[in-house]
Structure formats: structure tokens, C-alpha cells
Design a protein around this ligand. Structure first.
Ligand SMILES: Nc1ncnc2c1ncn2[C@@H]1O[C@H](COP(=O)(O)OP(=O)(O)OP(=O)(O)O)[C@@H](O)[C@H]1O
Ligand SMILES: [Mg+2]
Length: 324
């Protein structure tokens, strides 16, 4: 069953006479207990998508349409007070610099306990401390971290604290936006392994935004490929990576190194850059950069079509010429 269902979600940023369509009629589901990696180059709308779901986009200058159901509750139209509760208890976010949002002059334990007791004022200081120590242990941090200041932690420890914070109220949906990108590969791998183990233990559903295909390959059951605000392909990670249907996904995969003794393929980049989202091309959004584009691609944006169980692509040529 889908824990999160996104339906026709569009987001437009307005600034003066410029109107940037950062998300364009997105449809996406994440099943309970599963993990979804969202990939796409910089500016493709990944952060906009999660900010829209969490309702953290600036008011006034942003237009949002469509729906996002979390456990049956529609988030885009939800009242503010209900939303505040849901943000910690139903869904939690960890981003690259989560820790920077915390006060540098308070110890980790105090910071975490304060947050805990704002949400649960009935809890005593002693019980709050016990819960925080339990959370620190959960993310493999020593209990002495409770008495340290943020500047005394390494980057990896800081991200572990951010993850501990996000798990404070046992959220059903954990959203990570480039949460481990700034870490060295060893620490990143350790933290990702811990997250995967924790989500099994706690029954968490994960949505993970990353630039790194290898991270998706090793930690996500499903993948969604976003480009210029449009969903171009989605499906089981192993299917999409082994036999990508969309030329953009094919290009993304070729631009990542394969560490295999038998494979010596040079890296290939995708020519060109994202279109100006305030005046997108008239046909397929990827057409100006697509090496396989034909007349049809210059005329209309293809709809997302199903190609087998849970496998979707938005390409006029998918399932046909492009795969030969
Ligand atoms: N507050 C804003 N006002 C105007 N345009 C914005 C705003 N925030 C984002 N955008 C635009 O929306 C588009 C999507 O941006 P977004 O930050 O969602 O991309 P992203 O996929 O998260 O990129 P990155 O990988 O670099 O984090 C970009 O064209 C960006 O310039
Ligand atoms: Mg982003």
C-alpha cells in the first residue's frame, strides 16, 4: 500500500515577471516500508518536491497545485497546526546542513531534550534525557555526545545527531535530502548502512534525494528520475539501472564510473544544460539535449506510460527504437 501518494503536483516560483515551473504535474507513489531514491541533476526540482510535501516553501511567491497524501491525509491543504504535528511524528527531514540550524551555544543533549519536551511537555527532564540517550545509541553515537557542543562534533557525528533528531518521534516517512553528500565515502557508507538497518528495525519508509547513482543502487529499492521538474522514469532500481528506458536515464548512468575490472568504458556526459524553466521548450522537456529526438519530440511532451509492473517512462520512443 502507498504510504505517500503524490498526484499532479506542480510548483511555480514567481519573482517579478519570471515564473519558474520547478515541478510539472508530478505523480509518484512510495509504498510503506520501501525506499525511493530521487535522482536528477542540479535544478531538476528535487528539493522543491520535498519542500512542497513538507509545506516549507515560502508563502506568497510560490504557487502549488495538486495533492500529496501521506497515510491518507492530504498535505497540501492541511491546516497549519495539524501539519506541525505531522512534520515530526509522521514525516521527518534530514538535509545536508541540518545541524547548522541548531544553536551553537547549547549542548547537544540540551538541544535535543528541548525539542523533545516542546512536543511532549508532560515528559520529565529525566525521561527526556533517557530518550535522547536512547536515540544517540540508536545512531551509534557515544553517550558523551550528550554533553558536547555542536562545534565539538565531526561532520559524520553531526549528521548522526540530525538523524537521531529526525527519529525522535518514530516518523513513518524519513526524507533525506543529500544528507550524506558532504561526508567522506567511508562515513557515508557507514551511515547509509545504519539507516537501512534502522528502517528495517523501526518500519520506516525512506525517500532519499541524491546526485549519486551508486548510493541509489546500494540503498534504494525504487528510483525516480527527475529532470527540469518532470518525472522521466521510475521503477525498481535494478530494472532502471540495468535497462534504462529514457535517454536521460541512459545518459545519467553512462556519466557514472563503473568499478569493474572487465569494464573500461570512458565516462560520457550529457551535452547541454537544463532548459530555462521560465520558458521551457514546446515539446519534450529533454528534447533540446536528447541525441535520439525526432519530430514528434519537438511537438509534445510525452505522458508517463507504464512498461511492465511499476515501471514508467515519459518518452515517445521508450519501449521501441531507443532500446535497440
Ligand atoms: N525560492 C526560489 N525562487 C525562485 N526559483 C527557485 C527557488 N527555489 C528554487 N528555484 C528554482 O527551482 C528549480 C528547482 O530547484 P531545486 O532547488 O528544487 O533543485 P534541486 O533538484 O534540489 O537542485 P540541487 O541538486 O542543486 O539541490 C531551479 O530552477 C531553481 O532555480
Ligand atoms: Mg536540492
Amino acid at each position: 500500500m502507498a504510504l505517500l501518494s503524490i498526484r499532479d503536483l506542480s510548483v511555480t516560483y514567481h519573482s517579478g515577471t519570471r515564473h519558474v515551473k520547478a515541478l510539472n504535474s508530478l505523480n509518484l507513489d512510495i509504498n510503506e516500508g520501501e525506499s525511493l531514491g530521487i535522482v536528477g541533476e542540479s535544478g531538476s526540482g528535487k528539493t522543491t518536491l520535498i519542500m512542497a510535501i513538507l509545506r516549507l516553501l515560502p508563502k506568497g511567491s510560490v504557487e502549488i497545485s495538486g495533492e500529496a497524501f501521506l497515510n491518507g491525509k492530504e498535505l497540501i491543504s492541511l491546516k497549519q497546526e495539524e501539519l506541525l504535528k505531522m512534520r515530526w511524528e509522521e514525516m521527518a527531514l534530514v538535509f545536508q546542513k541540518s545541524m547548522n540550524a541548531l544553536s551553537p551555544v547549547h549542548k547537544i543533549g540540551v538541544l535535543m531534550s528541548d525539542i523533545y519536551r516542546i512536543h511532549k511537555p508532560e515528559v520529565s527532564k529525566r525521561d527526556a534525557r533517557r530518550r535522547i540517550e536512547e536515540l544517540l545509541e540508536l545512531v551509534n553515537l557515544p553517550s558523551r555526545v550528550y554533553d558536547l557542543y555542536p562545534h565539538e562534533l565531526s561532520g559524520g557525528m553531526m549528521q548522526r545527531v540530525s538523524i537521531a533528531l529526525s527519529l525522535m518521534f518514530n516518523p513513518k516517512l524519513l526524507i533525506l535530502d543529500e544528507a550524506t553528500t558532504a561526508l567522506d565515502v567511508v562515513t557515508q557508507t557507514q551511515i547509509l548502512e545504519e539507516i537501512v538497518a534502522l528502517e528495517k528495525k523501526l518500519g520506516i519508509t525512506r525517500m532519499m534525494i541524491t546526485h549519486d547513482m551508486s548510493v541509489v543502487a546500494s540503498t534504494c529499492k525504487n528510483v525516480a528520475v527527475l529532470y527540469a521538474g518532470c518525472l522521466l522514469e521510475t521503477g525498481l532500481t535494478q530494472d532502471v539501472l540495468v535497462e534504462p528506458l529514457h535517454p536521460y536515464t541512459q545518459g545519467l548512468i553512462k556519466s557514472f564510473p563503473v568499478f569493474d575490472n572487465d569494464t573500461h568504458q570512458p565516462l560520457q556526459s550529457i551535452g547541454g544544460s537544463l532548459p530555462d524553466l521560465s520558458s521551457p521548450p514546446p515539446g519534450c522537456i529533454f528534447e533540446p539535449r536528447c541525441i535520439k529526438a525526432c519530430d514528434m519530440c519537438r511537438e509534445s511532451m510525452p505522458r508517463l506510460k507504464e512498461y511492465g509492473q511499476g515501471r514508467f517512462a515519459a518518452c515517445h520512443l521508450a519501449g521501441g527504437e531507443i532500446n535497440v
